[in-house]
Design a protein around this ligand. Structure first.
Ligand code: ADP
Ligand code: MG
Length: 360
């Protein structure tokens, strides 16, 4: 077990900068999820930590040891990939033992570790099967087993659940979470799936085009997104973002034809243009008493998505800006309905239009 520290990592392929000064410290035993859209540099970052790729600049430390110049096998980490990479001609037992055998580990030690890992993963009955005789979930467990038997300092996961169907994915992410915390092994888990990230991570690192947007707990990333990118990437349906202007006294923001009370006044900011973020689930209908009298957003619904548990209603404000609101599925909403919406001040997020960064 070990702390993993990534410092000022830069990576370019030719002229293309893929990682731009990425730094993060992952505590011993912590699970960090790296979340971002396809192509943002997640796999490249993981491969640099694993030693499968060389950084253009920056350092990787594992357990206090600078590993930049060490081969992957010398770094004491185990990687689990999306496509499992199991050897089809080998049994489960042989697949799990293969890495240790290559390292020259004593036969008795290999047998003991494979038996223990099989026990932990519920694979004990399947040790003599070939991968093609296993279900997707079982194959994923074998890939995990192969990582566990190495007793590594850290697990690196590159979208290991992407090939599984939705139901199995939920089960496997629960299993991975339990396993990682039970073993207490530091983990770095890469995914583009926000639900996977929210449920698996002790903390999230949100990556956008090679730049770290935010590193924080899942709840903090949801409640206080550090940038417009994070605000739009986390949450479903996505956060509404409206154009607004801070009013003269700095206590309210004018947007969508309404004046909304700010949680924390911004004295001296009168006249400043901002982007105002409000999540669809925080657009409360009716008068919550938290805005100045009569000062809510007036929206007319244009179309509705019935999702069963929830209804997402898409509408337009008096000034023409679009917005979505989420309502419980048992409350009927239809096109043409009008709502007077008074979101709580704590649910307004302000961002700088130029930099996209959160305004505190
Ligand atoms: P992610 O895992 O987030 O989808 P990757 O780290 O795989 O993203 O890729 C990030 C970017 O770097 C992509 O634009 C990809 O095309 C590019 N890239 C990755 N590996 C190479 C490579 N070996 N040579 C050139 N470009 C690469
Ligand atoms: Mg990838």
């Amino acid at each position: 077990m070990a702390e993993v520290v990534v410092s000022n990592i830069v990576k370019s392929f030719g002229k293309v900068a893929v990682l731009k000064d990425v730094s993060v410290a992952i505590a011993d035993g912590e699970m960090l999820v790296v979340l971002g859209p396809s192509g943002c540099g997640k796999s490249t970052l993981l491969r640099i930590i694993a030693g499968l790729e060389t950084a253009s600049a920056g350092d990787v430390m594992i357990g206090g040891r600078r590993v930049n110049d060490l081969e992957p096998a010398e770094r004491d980490i185990a990687m689990v990939f999306q496509n499992y990479a199991l050897y089809p001609h080998m049994t489960v037992r042989q697949n799990m033992a293969y890495g240790l055998k290559n390292l020259g580990t004593a036969k008795a030690v290999i047998e003991k570790r494979v038996a223990e890992a099989a026990q932990i993963l519920g694979l004990a009955e399947l040790l003599d099967r070939k991968p093609r005789q296993l279900s997707g979930g079982q194959r994923q467990r074998v890939a995990m087993g192969r990582a566990i038997v190495r007793e590594p300092e850290a697990f690196l996961f590159d979208e290991p659940l992407s090939n599984l169907d939705a139901k199995l994915r939920v089960q496997m992410r629960h299993e991975i979470k339990q396993l990682q915390s039970r073993l207490g092994t530091t983990g770095i888990f890469v995914t583009h799936d926000q639900v996977e990230a929210m449920t698996l991570g002790d903390r999230l690192l949100v990556l956008n085009q090679g730049v770290v947007e935010q590193v924080d707990t899942p709840i903090a990333v949801y409640a206080r997104p550090a940038s417009l990118f994070v605000a739009g990437f986390i949450g479903s349906p996505a956060m509404n973002v409206l154009d607004g202007t801070i009013d003269g006294d700095g206590a309210t923001v004018s947007c969508g034809g309404a004046r909304l009370l700010l949680e924390h006044p911004l004295p001296g900011a009168g006249g400043r243009e901002v982007r105002v973020g409000i999540r669809p689930e925080h657009l409360v209908a009716g008068d919550s008493g938290t805005s100045p009298p009569g000062a809510g957003l007036d929206a007319e619904i244009e179309w509705v998505e019935l999702l069963g548990a929830d209804t997402v209603a898409h509408g337009r404000l008096a000034d023409g800006q679009a917005l979505a609101l989420r309502r419980p599925g048992d409350r009927p909403v239809a096109a043409g309905d009008r709502f007077h919406l008074t979101p709580a001040p704590a649910h307004l997020h302000l961002f700088d239009p130029a930099t996209g960064r959160r305004i505190e």
